[in-house]
Design a protein around this ligand. Structure first.
Ligand SMILES: CSC[C@@H](O)[C@@H](O)C(=O)COP(=O)(O)O
Length: 366
């Protein structure tokens, strides 16, 4: 997969656009040789960075949800592998292939990680390069996963922002709704849907964001609310069950969500509850937009039926911050994601342009 994809809507992007990086929380610290990630399970009460030295460390923090959010998972997995490859002098093809599969198994729905680490395969399979050159190319590629996530995110947010200006030409300020956490804590940059909400705020075009609590694991209340408070972005936290009532009684202009896996026909997997929002949008005639980096598009699958939905442990539903709130014996079904069918989606906003689901397949870059 090529990393460089550029299709900037109404570009060039002015330097002033999202220039104040102090408004962002750092999901990780990486200096080229050492990596530390923010333990998101401790938020909002404690900001603690934990060191990652290899693939098993990366796997552990992704699996446990200390690190989450599709783009961030991809970067942390890739950097975990990079740190290992920086320590070896000889290429071990089987070992790298096994590590790629191991990393992918940590979160099966989020396709960014799969797309990113699988990008090593053509390098490993080259019949021209020596092992020494392959090793060096693998390192460069993995570093590029990190660098390009940052660059592409700015384009993604800009493109999505342009779409909203165009869709609501007479609105001075928008009221939006969002689910889960799609901000700097889910990426190494501004974020996807939450990045767009940030942009609306910094361009004085945001009235209010309704932030869903996002049961069962509360990424909305623990993470998004923390980011909004940190950046001074106007928002109101609501429980997931208040979404319909908020749409009915308050003007909501659009719903902006992230995505974990988008099929060629535009069917979009995202945090459980997203499908419910799309259905509500249809009833209330509200625009529904997934904000989607190129790395989240799964060109290998035709529709959402092929997306594997991760199921998480019962304890994540029965406990809040480790405290048991239900009977430990409760039978539980805990799917982490759902799939919004393409026909409920207004447009898919991407870093290579903004497309209706019908257009998407013909626009995905090689
Ligand atoms: C930029 S984030 C896109 C998605 O990863 C996000 O919307 C989401 O569903 C996160 O789920 P999580 O289970 O917290 O990793």
């Amino acid at each position: 997969m090529t990393m460089k994809v550029n299709r900037i809507v109404n570009g060039p992007i002015p330097d002033s656009f999202l220039s104040d990086e102090s408004q962002r929380l750092d999901s990780l610290k990486f200096d080229g040789q050492s990596l530390q990630v923010l333990d998101q399970l401790l938020l909002p009460h404690e900001f603690k960075y934990i060191p990652i030295e290899n693939v098993s460390d990366a796997f552990a923090v992704i699996k446990s949800m200390q690190v989450r959010g599709a783009p961030l998972i991809a970067v942390v997995g890739s950097l975990g592998l990079l740190l290992e490859l920086q320590k070896v002098s000889e290429l071990n093809l089987d070992d790298i292939r096994q590590k790629i599969e191991y990393l992918i198994s940590s979160r099966p729905t989020a396709v960014d990680l799969r797309n990113s680490v699988n990008g090593l395969l053509p390098i490993l399979e080259s019949v021209v390069d020596t092992d020494h050159i392959k090793l060096e190319k693998c390192r460069q590629y993995l570093l590029e996963v990190y660098a390009s996530e940052k660059q592409q995110n700015r384009i993604l947010v800009w493109n999505a922002y342009q779409e909203l200006l165009q869709a609501f030409p007479t609105k001075k300020k928008l009221t939006v709704m969002t689910i889960c956490n799609t901000g700097s804590l889910a990426t190494v940059s501004w974020g996807t849907a939450l990045g767009v909400i940030r942009a609306l705020h910094s361009e004085h075009r945001l009235n209010l964001a309704y932030v869903l609590e996002t049961r069962p694991y509360n990424q909305g209340i623990r993470l998004t609310a923390t980011e909004m408070l940190h950046g001074g972005v106007p928002f109101k936290l609501i429980t997931d069950s208040m979404a319909a009532w908020a749409m009915k009684n308050n003007q909501v202009d659009c719903v902006l969500t992230g995505a974990d896996n988008v099929a060629r026909n535009g069917d979009t997997a995202n945090k459980i509850g997203t499908y419910m929002l799309a259905v509500l949008c249809k009833h209330h005639k509200i625009n529904f937009y997934p904000v989607v980096p190129f790395t989240t598009i799964n060109r290998h699958i035709a529709s959402g039926e092929e997306i594997r939905i991760e199921e998480r442990p019962a304890g994540e539903m029965l406990r809040v911050n480790g405290i048991l709130v239900g009977n430990a014996e409760c039978p539980v079904w805990n799917p982490a994601f759902d799939v919004t069918p393409a026909d409920l989606i207004t447009k898919i906003l991407t870093d290579f342009g903004n497309w209706t689901p019908e257009q998407l397949e013909f626009q995905i870059p090689e």
